[in-house]
Write a protein of this length. Structure first.
Length: 313
């Protein structure tokens, strides 16, 4: 019993809460009012909020304004999909306890996708749906390049791990998650093609059987699966993060968002996988700068919340 209470307390310290609003007088009242709470899950080197800056920029607020109950999880910035998944599972239990909801809708970006998929696979009774946004569902070719660049046990690997551990540790401290364990090598292995395929063998729900097809929309465990992603790298001349994603995008053999290939993001029902967005645009970063002639990322999240609502989720 003490262990369960401690788990709930740790979950409380690791999740941001955005209360839903159903204020009358607006045409959008209830548009995003899903049956079950929405839990947003960050990716590699991610966080819930740092110094007032949200990882999912302006997205929780937009969802709550028209009725959704939104929680933003905080899991290890660097660790394996399974380790991050166990942390997320504790937070899902906390959300159920405080809201009285039987299930949650998980939306995971990047490494947040396999993190969310793990929870849905081991505890499907708690999950209504999993949505992958730019998710690393069949590995990242860039992760493969990084893994090959540093021989296991080499000085180069040790230096890279030290730098990554320092960065992830700083992120954890600034975001209030300093109690979370960090393991850069485990996260890198999880994101390689080899690591992702091994993960999929254990937790196959929603994964397409063909290279670039769709997976089952609703699996035997009752969970619904969705995905969307982008295939652009440089999308806005004012965005200082675009050059880096343009460079990383050159390492891919298929259209990509700078960190994940198009087909590797597919999961369940593919809403669309060629938005003119890069990996950071998918969470409305850098501070909302995105392609001028593409749908606003916030709008896509709102539309998807309405899709979940219409599905009875």
């Amino acid at each position: 019993m003490k262990g369960f209470i401690l788990s709930l307390l740790l979950a409380t310290a690791s999740i941001s809460v955005f209360a839903g609003s159903t204020t009358s007088g607006t045409s959008t009242t209830g548009y995003t009012q899903t049956k079950y709470p929405i839990v947003l899950v960050h990716g590699l080197f991610g966080f819930d909020r740092i110094l007032g800056v949200d990882y999912f920029h302006a997205i929780p607020q937009a969802l709550t304004r028209s009725g959704a109950k939104v929680f933003v999880a905080q899991v290890s910035a660097t660790n394996s999909s399974e380790a991050r998944g166990e942390q997320l599972l504790q937070q899902v239990r906390w959300v159920r306890a405080v809201t009285g909801a039987q299930k949650v809708n998980l939306i995971g970006h990047s490494h947040g996708s396999p993190t969310a998929r793990y929870v849905a696979s081991v505890a499907p009774q708690f999950v209504a749906s999993v949505t992958s946004v730019g998710g690393v569902n069949k590995g990242s070719e860039f992760a493969d390049v990084v893994r090959k660049a540093f021989a296991p046990g080499s000085a180069g690997e040790a230096l890279a791990v030290s730098a990554a551990r320092g960065l992830s540790g700083l992120i954890s401290v600034l975001s209030g998650g300093s109690h979370l364990p960090q393991d850069p090598l485990a996260s890198l292995q999880s994101l390689t093609t080899k690591g992702s395929l091994a993960f999929n063998a254990k937790y196959p729900e929603g994964i397409p059987t063909s290279r670039c097809g769709e997976g089952r929309y609703r699996e035997a465990n009752g969970v619904y699966y969705y995905s969307w992603s982008g295939t652009s790298t440089a999308t806005n001349i004012l965005d200082i993060t675009d050059p880096a994603l343009f460079v990383t995008g050159l390492f891919f053999s298929e259209p990509n968002d700078g960190l994940v290939g198009r087909c590797a993001t597919h999961l369940g029902r593919v809403i669309r996988s060629n938005y003119r967005m890069n990996h950071l645009d998918e969470v409305n970063q850098f501070f909302g700068l995105h392609h001028l002639f593409e749908t606003d990322p916030v709008t896509i999240y709102r539309q998807h919340a309405n899709r979940l609502k219409q599905q009875g989720l």
